[in-house]
Design a binder for this molecule. Structure first.
Ligand code: 3PG
Length: 388
């Protein structure tokens, strides 16, 4: 893949696709991780003398309609504050953009353009006509084959991978393709079914796979142990057994909790009780791993060469059920392993326990991070590869 950093950008019109799809509540940005992650790329392009047009989506608006709710206006303001220069938001831009040489503008939400979602060739050609160089830097949207992430790459005079996209791909390759071993993955979430491809792909690569949340409950039940009223998928017990058998056949380990934290209701003030997993009662809800299990997993993390983390192992939003996730987060922070974390809930846990500075790489991808871990080729990356 051609890299933006290898190009002479001086005097060039550069269209940069970022993923500035940040959560906005009542006009206020509640997490600016994706904005801050885009800054080094934008600063570099400006320093190198480019005229910069930044393109992004926000949410999932209806094509052909403008709505305030999906406007990038709050993002343009924040980007301007962080860059220390005004970043005008251009509302109508598909047929041409005026930017002063060496300047920077943000283009209004590209998902408002008819044809964006269907990867329209006509629209992709219009995007391509806006610039001398197209830079794909939106790792978080690299799993979508849309006009702004995929089509435009085919038609731009020059198309390159941006520094953020390349850093994400390099970090993921370091973790999965040639990892320092043991390679340990933490995969947690409510359902085995939504992370089945992820589990199936990782089980062929990792040395240890720690499962958490509803996924762990399904693995507990698959071993004939009680899970009470806990979230789990009875239809997938055989699947869970197969994943464990596949792991065992490779000499990999999928440990199952030996103790858990249970409650009578799913509530922040519910009383938390630690129990051996064999003693989970019919009316219990498992909401976290127990302290012995957490300590055992933390010890595994301390020995790991690489840690890939996707998903909190308990209901960490409720403090009484966050100790398992906190223990693992602190173990990751303390370990010398190359660690990579991604996914919305995971990043919320990283923030809550204040360990962002101690994780080797924090991905800006949600769905894209998962698809990479599933072993899928991301369409935007494939398109860049095809351009050489
Ligand atoms: C994300 O938040 O995962 C990306 O910005 C992609 O958004 P999408 O799921 O609406 O395509």
């Amino acid at each position: 893949i051609l890299r933006m950093t290898d190009l002479d950008l001086s005097g060039q019109r550069v269209l940069i696709r970022q993923d500035l799809n940040v959560p906005i509540d009542d006009g206020r940005i509640t997490s600016e991780q994706r904005i801050t992650a885009s800054l080094p790329t934008l600063r570099l392009a400006l320093e190198r003398g480019a005229t910069v047009m930044v393109m992004s989506h926000l949410g999932r608006p209806k094509e052909g309609e403008w709505s305030e709710e999906n406007s990038l206006a709050p993002v343009a303001r924040r980007l301007g504050e962080l860059l220390g220069r005004e970043v005008p938001l251009v509302r109508d831009w598909v047929d041409g953009v005026e930017v002063e040489p060496g300047g920077i503008v943000l283009l209004e939400n590209c998902r408002m353009n008819p044809g964006e979602g269907k990867d329209s060739e006509e629209l992709a050609k219009k995007y391509a006509a806006l610039c001398d160089v197209f830079v794909m830097d939106a790792f978080g949207t690299a799993h979508r084959a849309q006009a702004s992430t995929h089509g435009v790459i085919r038609f731009a005079k020059q198309a390159a991978g941006g520094p953020l996209l390349m850093a994400e791909l390099d970090a993921l390759a370091k973790a999965l393709d040639n990892p320092a071993r043991p390679l340990l993955a933490i995969v947690a979430g409510s359902k085995v079914s939504t992370k089945l491809e992820l589990l199936s792909n990782l089980v062929g690569k990792v040395d240890q796979l720690i499962v958490g949340g509803g996924i762990a409950n399904t693995f507990i039940a698959a071993q004939g142990l009680p899970v009470g009223k806990s979230l789990h998928e009875p239809d997938l017990l055989d699947t869970a057994r197969q994943i464990m058998a596949d792991a065992k056949a490779r000499g990999a380990d999928i440990p199952v909790p030996t103790d858990v934290v249970v409650a009578a209701q799913f509530h922040p003030d519910a009383e938390a009780t630690v129990k051996p997993v064999a003693e989970v009662a019919d009316e219990d809800l498992i909401l976290d791993i127990g302290p012995d299990t957490a300590a055992r997993y933390a010890a595994m993390i301390a020995e790991a060469g690489t840690v890939v983390w996707n998903g909190p192992v308990g209901v960490f939003e409720f403090d009484a059920f966050g100790k398992g996730t906190e223990t693992l987060a602190r173990a990751i922070a303390a370990s010398s392993a190359f660690s990579i974390a991604g996914g919305g809930d995971t990043l919320a846990a990283v923030d809550k326990y204040g360990i962002a500075g101690d994780v080797s790489y924090i991905s800006t991808g949600g769905g894209a991070f998962l698809e990479f871990l599933e072993g899928k080729t991301l369409p935007a990356v494939a398109a860049l590869d095809a351009r050489g």
